[in-house]
Structure formats: structure tokens, C-alpha cells
Design a protein. Structure first.
Length: 479
């Protein structure tokens, strides 16, 4: 990534083999906001099976998260907090603490007792925010003791499942590691720093969901508020690229949900690219209604090979119909039809025939770009900048005629993609999007020889000529 962009100091990575860690408490995000946001992300499911225990579970999670955040950032707190920090990080089994020399805890000590002990110690602090938060936690813990056993058992089970998200060494030691150089959310949204979040979603799905969702929500907030901190002419386009989107999606209609955030950031100089292997995983995570709210915010659609019927149906709906000429049957007679006998007639048919996505070649895709469509090889979508030159990229907001070839170092916006025809150079190892620029719009595609039923002359511009494939069938349009 750094070599492609040409700004090695502006590309940072957190995650496996990370060289930087992320400071969650950046400007504009208080400790209280962080705790509330994490709690919302954990419980942000449309099909919560235990809504009755929602408040108790959130209260206990807030207590543990507060203790975690404090022990990670305040070196002057008591030894009890240090001990509790080791417990939260997974050095002991859930709900049972091992005995240690000099500690007031035994094997039978529960987390409830640890939380009460730590809360009492923290009352000595002069921080008004901490005193207010800990006072509420103490009241919650006292009411918890009066709850009947069955209710406590059900609520405890929910907490135990959720707390696994916070006990992973990968999450705690990587995302907020004081030994690594730290970057803030403001650096990402204002100063143009590229952050690569590298989390193993298959090995640690719960950690990936929590960390990815939290970072995504904080970045969206920063993107919305950045216009207050930087002049509009100096703003770059900000890209949010999310692979395995179901792992980090948030589905509520609250301020942290993707449906609400995507509606706002699309008008703030931000573009989002989300990739998923199907809709079924998204439906399981956020529900069908929220999925529909999210999908309407995406203007460009790329349909790759899949066997999921729902994706095929959605692709047909997005791509719309195509016009084709069909030859009438030989036995048609003029008085039975409204067209001349034995002459072709115009019919409407689907772009994607049944089963077309399942049989699509691996590196091909059906694409809908701003009311235009064509099938490209998937690798034609890669170059948004010229990788042959190590030049600093100017702001995308620079005004220029879309039909004029830009300089080799210009970063293309999403709206420029439909003006580009990407080719691979003769060696097959480099990208040459600059020389492939053409004023011919996608209206002239596919070439007439690929579909004898269509009269493409009506779609061609007066001064345009249909592009040819130079004998290479791999670049033909697929419909």
C-alpha cells in the first residue's frame, strides 16, 4: 500500500504484526462516549433473545469497560485495579479469580466482589467524571445483589458471552498498546493518513466485530465533523473500504448504525466500499429491513460469481431490463400481431439470465455505474491511481474537465471510474490507466458485434467510434 500510494509515512497498520496502535480517546471522544459506544455495538442486534436483561447486562458491561479503560491509562491507580486489569485481559477464567499473594481475593471471589472493591478504591479519585460513573456502578451492583437467582443466572450468561469480546489478548494488546506509536482518529480524517486495519476475522470473529465496528463508527463521526476543522477546498476524498462487511456492520437505527451514518457521510466527501460474499450473512446480523436501508446508499454495484438466489434477484433489479430484437415465429400473420410479419420486434429481457452469476467466470463481474452498465474483468477495477510514479497525490477536489487526461499522479474519484477504460500493459505486470483514458462514455458499450439484436447506433455519440478488443476476447462485455 505504501509503495503504491508513494507516501510511506502516511500508511499505518494496526492488527497482526502492527507497527502502530490506535488511540480511541482522540479529540472529541470522551471516556463516557467510548464506553457507551462499545456497549451499543455489543448489544446492537435486532433479534436480541433476552430484552428483559438488556439494562442489567449493559450496566455490568459498563462497569467492566470502565475498569479496563482506567487501568490502561492511569498509572497512579491502586493495585486492585492492576489486578482487575489482568483478570479482564484473560489471565484467569471467567467469573473465578485465582488467589495471589497479598490479594484479598480467593478462588470463590466473583467478579461482582472485585468490581465493588475496585469501585470503592476509585472513590478516592478527584476526577468528577469517574466519581459520577462509579457512583452509578455502585448503585447497580447493590441492586444486582437483590435480584433473584434465576434472573441473575440469565443475565450472567449474556454477560459471559459478551465479555469474551473484551478478554482477547489480540484486541487489548494490539489496538491500544502503549509501546507502539499511537495515531488518532483525527489524523485519519483530517491529515489524510491511510490506516490499514488487519484483524483475523476467521480466527477472532468476536474481536473483529467489536474492534472493526468501533473504529468504523469513530471514523464515520470524524468524517462528519471534519468540515468544522478543515476548509472545504482543502478536503480530500476519504475512503472507507470494508472487506467481509458482515463482520463489522452495525444494524440499529441509532446514531452509530450504518444506515444512519451512510446517509450522512455520502454528502461529506466520503465514499464507502463494502464487500460481502452474499446477503444471507448480512440478514443474519442486521435484519432485512436495515439491510434495505443500507443498500440504497450505494450507487455503484459490482456483482461477482455467486450461487445465492437473493443476490441474483437484487442484481436484476439494480441492472434493470435490456432491449433486444427477437425474430417472430414463422407462422405469424399480420392480423394477429401489431407488427409486420417476419420482421424483428423489440422485447425487454433481463440483463442477467437465471443462473448467470453462478456460471460467471471467477475474474468477471456485472457492474452498474451511475445508470450505466458493462461487464469488466475484476482486475480492471483496481487502478484508481497510476502506480508507476512515486508522486504525492494532489487533492481530488481540483477542478478539471472529466474528458481531459489528468496528470499521472491524479487520484480519480468514484465518479471518474465510468470515464476510464483500464487496460493491462504488454508485460501484464503494470497498470496504465492514463493512456487508456477515452472521452467515449459507457453508452457505446458493448461493441455491436457482441449483440446482433441491438441497434447501438442510437447510443453512440456523433464523434465516437466503438472500441475494439484487438482480438483479445478476455475484455469482451458479458451480458
Amino acid at each position: 500500500m505504501a509503495k503504491r500510494v508513494g507516501r510511506e509515512n502516511d500508511v499505518m497498520e494496526i492488527g497482526e504484526n502492527a507497527t502502530h496502535s490506535l488511540n480511541f480517546l482522540s479529540e472529541g471522544n470522551t471516556l463516557r462516549d467510548l464506553i457507551n459506544r462499545i456497549t451499543l455495538l455489543i448489544d446492537d442486534r435486532p433479534d436480541d433473545k433476552n430484552p428483559f436483561f438488556e439494562e442489567n447486562r449493559k450496566a455490568m458491561m459498563k462497569a467492566m469497560l470502565l475498569l479496563y479503560c482506567l487501568t490502561r491509562r492511569d498509572r497512579k491507580l491502586s493495585e486492585a485495579l492492576d489486578f482487575c486489569s489482568r483478570y479482564i485481559q484473560g489471565s484467569s477464567q471467567a467469573w473465578n479469580l485465582p488467589p495471589e499473594d497479598g490479594s484479598p481475593f480467593t478462588k470463590s471471589t466473583t467478579y461482582l466482589e472485585v468490581a465493588k472493591y475496585c469501585a470503592a478504591k476509585l472513590q478516592q479519585t478527584n476526577n468528577p467524571l469517574l466519581r459520577t460513573a462509579l457512583s452509578g456502578i455502585t448503585d447497580t451492583l447493590e441492586s444486582w445483589e437483590k435480584t433473584e437467582e434465576r434472573t441473575m443466572s440469565n443475565c450472567r450468561a449474556g454477560i459471559r458471552n459478551n465479555i469474551e469480546n473484551m478478554r482477547s489478548r489480540l484486541l487489548l494488546n494490539t489496538l491500544d498498546n502503549p509501546r507502539l506509536p499511537q495515531i488518532s482518529i483525527n489524523d485519519l480524517s483530517i491529515n489524510g493518513i491511510i490506516l490499514v486495519i488487519n484483524l483475523p476475522g476467521l480466527s477472532f470473529p468476536a474481536d473483529t466485530r467489536l474492534a472493526g465496528g468501533l473504529i468504523k463508527a469513530l471514523m464515520m463521526d470524524a468524517m462528519v465533523n471534519r468540515e468544522e476543522q478543515i476548509r472545504a477546498p482543502d478536503q480530500r476524498y476519504v475512503g472507507l473500504i470494508m472487506d467481509e462487511y458482515p463482520l463489522i456492520t452495525t444494524g440499529s437505527h441509532s446514531r452509530t448504525g450504518d444506515a444512519r451514518q451512510l446517509q450522512v457521510i455520502r454528502s461529506k466527501g466520503v465514499f464507502a466500499i463494502a464487500a460481502t460474499q452474499g446477503f444471507s450473512n448480512l440478514v443474519n446480523e442486521i435484519g432485512i429491513n436495515v439491510l434495505h436501508s443500507i443498500l440504497v446508499n450505494f450507487g455503484n454495484h459490482f456483482f461477482l460469481k455467486t450461487t445465492e438466489p437473493g443476490v441474483e434477484a437484487y442484481a436484476n433489479q439494480i441492472l434493470g431490463p435490456r432491449l433486444a430484437r427477437a425474430q417472430p415465429p414463422e407462422n405469424d400473420t399480420p392480423w394477429k400481431t401489431d407488427y409486420a410479419p417476419h420482421s424483428p420486434r423489440i422485447i425487454s429481457t433481463s440483463i442477467i439470465t437465471p443462473g448467470a452469476l453462478a456460471t460467471l467466470e471467477t475474474h468477471c463481474a456485472f457492474i452498474k455505474l451511475h445508470n450505466q452498465f458493462r461487464t469488466f474483468l475484476a482486475h480492471h477495477l483496481v487502478p484508481l491511481y497510476d502506480t508507476r510514479h512515486n508522486v504525492t497525490l494532489p487533492p481530488v477536489s481540483a477542478k478539471r474537465d472529466a474528458t481531459e487526461p489528468p496528470s499521472d499522479a491524479t487520484l480519480f474519484s468514484i465518479k471518474d471510474v465510468r470515464k476510464l477504460i483500464f487496460n493491462i500493459d504488454e508485460s501484464g505486470t503494470g497498470w496504465n490507466p492514463i493512456e487508456a483514458l477515452s472521452p467515449v462514455d459507457l453508452d457505446c458499450y458493448p461493441p455491436p458485434e457482441t449483440d446482433p439484436f441491438l441497434n447501438w447506433d442510437q447510443y453512440l455519440k456523433p464523434d465516437a467510434t466503438p472500441p475494439t478488443n484487438n482480438g483479445d476476447d478476455s475484455d469482451d462485455a458479458l451480458f
